[in-house]
Design a binder for this molecule. Structure first.
Ligand code: NAI
Ligand code: MG
Length: 351
């Protein structure tokens, strides 16, 4: 019996509502197949914790969180705690301390979903730098509220490894184009450097076409020509924005997953839906659980449970195509629990 320990950080708002469904799916897979025992450990942390204790997680939070095979996160942030506090004191420290420098985000229109775009051949991956860039947290407020400076830090190591990961990813998935998001016309240091490293690293991969596009043009390209995208590599800020856009191209932000990966396996990787805590619908049981279930698909693949990962993905696709897993955000009326149950039903049918 293989024992797998998963730390849960449900967080705020709809986070606990969707993480619950992810856990259910994992439990059901283990019941159906045997051979694996999941052990779940739910950790405190989030805005409610902050309001009680004055910090986003316990002092030894990161150490406790590190002790597992993988992490499943809901969402962090809620009115009452400034967003820069919740993000900077919980989510970003995890990504940085655990060296989860790859943020992997698939953007694929699943059967049964309707894209708002006319060109709906959408199947690509965004690889976002997840540990530095504009989100390094350095800067200052100037005296007398006269202004502010926000620093963006791009290290040689950080830039090289994310770009190399993107090319490696393309090779592993038999794709032949990597498109870099840049803005080296205006950002005359960071993006000039990024472009240089991109050009250098690309020479190691002669079989993959290396292309770059300024972020503003690229945003338009996402809308006009999504079918031409394969692998997009972007820094932290551009990648953040592009992937929300990517999810909107699938009809809802509630569908898309992401993996915060430490590819070397020195620290656990963390999987989450890309959406936030959705305070406007929290507590109503109507959040779309598919982003989290898709994140569980990625988690399973990361743990080497490829068969389970593929089966859960197929179950999501079948339930979507059958119309049984459609929450309000994607034009249906299923509750969170009903949509997740429809996916489980498909899993059972396949067993
Ligand atoms: P959001 O993603 O929470 O919500 C944006 C819109 O999408 C809302 O109308 C919401 O109802 C809808 N939505 C989101 N997830 C949904 C789901 N699963 N099903 C159906 N509808 C869904 O983004 P927003 O409003 O910018 O942020 C809310 C809070 O979440 C903030 O505190 C923010 O900092 C935090 N946040 C946290 C993230 C994380 O933990 N990774 C990511 C993004 C935001
Ligand atoms: Mg985002």
């Amino acid at each position: 019996m293989r024992k797998i320990r998963i730390n849960l950080l449900p967080g705020d708002g709809i986070g606990p509502e969707v993480v619950r469904e992810g856990v259910n799916a994992l439990r059901r897979l283990a019941e159906l197949d045997g051979g694996v025992a999941f052990e779940f450990n739910e950790l405190p942390g989030g805005c409610r914790y902050y309001l009680e204790h004055g910090r986003m997680m316990p002092d030894d939070g990161l150490r406790t969180l590190a002790d597992c095979d993988a992490i499943l996160l809901g969402a962090v942030g809620f009115p009452g705690v400034p967003d820069h506090v919740s993000l900077r004191e919980l989510l970003l420290p995890i990504r940085v301390e655990f060296d989860q420098y790859v943020n992997l985000r698939p953007v694929r229109l699943l059967p049964g979903l309707t894209s708002p775009l006319r060109n709906d051949r959408i199947d690509f991956t965004v690889i976002r730098e997840n540990s530095e860039g504009e989100y390094c947290g350095e800067g200052r407020f100037e005296p007398d509220d006269a202004g502010a400076v926000q620093l963006a830090r791009f290290t040689r190591r950080g830039t090289e490894r994310i770009i190399r990961y993107a090319f490696d990813y393309a090779v592993r998935h038999r794709l032949n184009r990597v498109l870099s998001a840049t803005k080296s016309n205006a950002l005359n240091y960071s993006m000039v450097f990024w472009d240089r490293v991109f050009a250098e690293v690309s020479t190691e991969f002669p079989g993959v076409a290396a292309e770059k596009m300024h972020i503003d043009a690229l945003a338009g390209y996402f809308i006009m020509h999504p079918d031409r995208l394969q692998v997009v590599v972007a820094d932290n800020l551009f990648g953040d924005i592009l992937t929300d856009l990517g999810s909107a191209m699938l009809g809802s932000i509630g569908i898309s997953p992401s993996g915060n990966l430490n590819p070397e396996g020195r620290f656990p990787s963390m999987f989450e839906p890309i959406h936030g805590s959705a305070p406007d619908i929290a507590g109503r049981g109507i959040a779309n659980p598919l982003g989290t279930l898709w994140a569980v698909v990625m988690l399973l693949a990361h743990l080497g449970l490829d068969d389970w990962s593929e089966r859960l993905m197929r179950a999501i696709e079948h339930a979507l195509a059958a119309g049984t897993a459609r929450t309000r955000d994607i034009g249906g009326s299923a509750t969170t629990a009903q949509a997740a149950a429809a996916v489980i039903t498909e899993l059972e049918r396949m067993a």
